[in-house]
Write a protein of this length. Structure first.
Length: 234
């Protein structure tokens, strides 16, 4: 049985953490001192900023290097299992009572199967990113952001950083997420200006190994701020 593209809309909010995609696509309305103490403080702050940038870059390198890795994707109460290496990936799991498999081989378009039946991959947004895709995105904006240090409150012994995607990059990010089937030129500036995209990178303090990547999306709508999350466990 072939599932018509319109019937695939239920996948969009689950796969992307964008449960308000319908709203996004059409219904959203609307001087320094120069004494020695300050100089020393500025030097320490600069050194700390440089160290933070190096640490974050090393974390992102772990998920963008040419190496196969396994991962889990958590979305609301759903979990998908996958493996990726560069742009190649395979992701499987059950969502909404349907068995889903999404894969991309080297140089090939994304293939989508639901309950074993091949689907039109263009019916879905291209934003079914793996950690690799998100890592590339963050590498591209790293020079224009200031990662914020996070402390683990769960007792897992992790440390982390929060990275806020610059407002001027949100539109291009949305374009990559949605793909050509959902052209963002049809969106008003109120839509993109009302979006905030934040990432969290969590790693083991002792080994420096990246263990979790979280995406937090906030959308300002006419009825208030709506929010959803996508979490990758490595």
């Amino acid at each position: 049985m072939y599932i018509r593209p319109k019937m695939l809309w239920w996948l969009i909010p689950i796969l992307l953490g964008l449960f308000l995609l319908g709203i996004v696509l059409g219904t959203v309305s609307r001087s320094a001192n120069t004494d020695s103490t300050d100089t020393a403080s500025a030097v320490r702050q600069t050194a700390g900023t440089e160290q933070t940038a190096r640490t974050v870059a090393e974390l992102l390198e772990q998920i963008t290097k040419d190496e196969e890795r396994s991962f889990l994707v958590y979305m609301q109460d759903q979990t998908l299992h996958g493996r990726f290496q560069n742009e190649q990936f395979q992701l499987t799991g059950e969502i909404g009572g349907h068995q889903l498999e999404i894969a991309r081989k080297d140089g090939q378009p994304v293939s989508v199967r639901i309950n074993g039946q091949i689907q039109d991959h263009a019916a879905l947004p291209y934003a079914m990113f793996t950690p690799y895709e998100h890592g590339l995105l963050l590498k591209g904006v790293l020079q224009s952001v200031s990662p914020e240090r996070l402390e683990d409150t769960t007792g897992q012994g992790w440390s982390g950083y929060r990275i806020a995607v610059p407002p001027e990059e949100v539109s291009s990010l949305l374009s990559m997420w949605l793909g050509p089937s959902f052209p963002i030129q049809d969106l008003t500036s109120n839509v993109t200006n009302g979006m905030k995209v934040n990432y969290q990178l969590w790693y083991e303090s002792t080994t420096g190994q990246l263990r979790q990547l979280e995406l937090d999306l906030q959308i300002q709508t006419a009825v208030g701020v709506k929010r959803d999350q996508l979490r990758f466990r490595l």
